[in-house]
Design a protein around this ligand. Structure first.
Ligand code: AMP
Ligand code: MG
Length: 393
């Protein structure tokens, strides 16, 4: 049994950046990871522009009556130079005319007569956004490894990057072992349960940026398990198995992994739930034997598999951040040899309260949780107000 942090390091050291870049339409790149920097093909702003609606003039002339020589709408180039005693009426975003070095806000002016205005404000500000002050031509606008969010799409649009290079999605095989399993559309007969893990993992893989390849339910026989794992390895970058890793008579996933030449790096982690988690590698591919219990497989995916997928994608962030928040009530446990992962609800005061949780099969408890608290090994009791590490779900 190894501590969680060691298990995470082993997985992260074993995994490589596995995906090749591909070009996609920039709208379709939402959620993908940039495989190359995006640089700007222009200066932004592309010219000195006004930040306000008003009158462009010489700052030195601001306190005298000014003659309006033209009107400059956004998108039109000025046609006149501003000389002493002159100004041009100008709209937000339009190009500053030559000779002007400030814009008097329209709210701070009054019309004296036709084509003549005066400044009524207290002090004059420039109100000019300078050419290239946001970004210069050829500067990096977005760095490789960025996970694309809507604001990154805006940046790509601004610099004309309509075909960004993103990492291809790593192929992730999903195998659910267990003779007791039936698919969600089937009403389980006596002794059967529905396969929730397989579908939970498909969703998790998609959310983490991978491409799920579902192999369905694998019967509890050595031959079927061996054949399915071998095929999954041949066709994918990573393989996720659930079930068959406990101590039961039909839990032969670790044995078959060894037979297939998979190097087993660990087969149990000091966490609760999720202890019987096996991890191996073969030919640079990562094989995860996740526990069958639904809450365990959910948490272990988040802790171990997600960072591996993020690394395969070349993402600059691989691990979701942990925040420290105070407990809303006291917490006690008897056994402390494992790190406890408890489903919790963070309330609107920022306090952490454990939800009612019967153990690793109780997937329904998670519906009421919005985060997981990590209680370190050796800690038996915490008081209300003590800070705990929390990861959002
Ligand atoms: P195992 O590791 O195969 O002994 O499974 C441990 C527990 O998790 C058993 O109660 C299984 O019925 C349950 N389980 C295994 N696989 C799944 C699955 N795909 N979906 C839901 N529960 C499962
Ligand atoms: Mg089983």
């Amino acid at each position: 049994m190894i501590p969680l942090h060691q298990a995470i390091s082993i997985v992260m050291e074993s995994g490589n950046r596995t995906t090749t870049p591909e070009k996609v339409d920039f709208i379709q790149s939402l959620g993908r990871v940039l495989a190359a920097n995006v640089s700007s093909d222009l200066n932004m702003p592309p010219f000195n522009k006004t930040a306000v609606d008003g009158y462009a003039c010489r700052m030195a002339d601001a306190y005298q009556e000014l003659e309006v020589v033209e009107v400059i709408p956004a998108g039109k180039a000025p046609s006149k130079v501003i000389n002493q005693g002159q100004c041009a009426k100008i709209m937000t975003g339009a190009m500053i005319p030559q000779g002007a070095d400030c814009v008097l806000m329209v709210e701070d002016t009054k019309e004296i007569s036709e084509n003549r205005i005066a400044f009524t404000g207290k002090s004059v500000k420039s109100n000019i956004c300078l050419l290239g002050e946001d970004i210069k031509k050829n500067d990096i606008a977005l760095t490789k490894g960025t996970t694309i969010e809507p604001h990154h799409i805006a940046i790509m649009a601004a610099v004309g990057c309509t075909q960004p290079e993103v990492s291809a999605k790593p192929r992730v095989a999903i195998l659910s072992t267990g003779d007791e399993l039936v698919e969600p559309s089937i009403a389980p007969a006596m002794g059967q349960i529905r396969n929730s893990n397989g579908h939970q993992l498909i969703a998790q893989v998609i959310k983490a940026g991978g491409e799920p390849h579902y192999f369905g339910i694998i019967e509890d026989s050595e031959d079927a398990t061996r054949a399915a794992i071998a095929k999954a390895i041949a066709e994918n970058d990573m393989v996720l198995l659930t079930g068959g890793v406990s101590m039961g008579d039909f839990d032969f996933v670790p044995k078959i992994m060894a037979e297939l030449g998979i190097k087993i790096h660990f087969d149990s982690i000091a966490v609760q739930p999720g202890k019987p988690t096996t991890f191996g590698t073969v030919n640079g591919k990562l094989i995860f034997g996740l526990p069958g219990n639904p809450v365990s497989s959910l948490f272990q995916f988040d802790l171990l598999v997600k960072p591996a997928i993020r690394k395969a994608l070349g993402a600059s962030e691989t691990t979701p951040s942990t925040v420290k928040l105070p407990l809303g009530s006291c917490y006690k446990r008897k056994k402390t040899e494992r790190l406890a992962l408890i489903p919790v609800e963070i309330n609107d005061k920022g306090e952490v309260n454990p939800v009612n949780f019967n153990g690793s099969a109780h997937i329904f408890a998670i519906a009421n949780a919005n985060a997981v608290a990590l209680i370190p090994q050796g800690v038996a009791e915490l008081q209300k107000g003590d800070f705990v590490d929390v990861r959002p779900l």
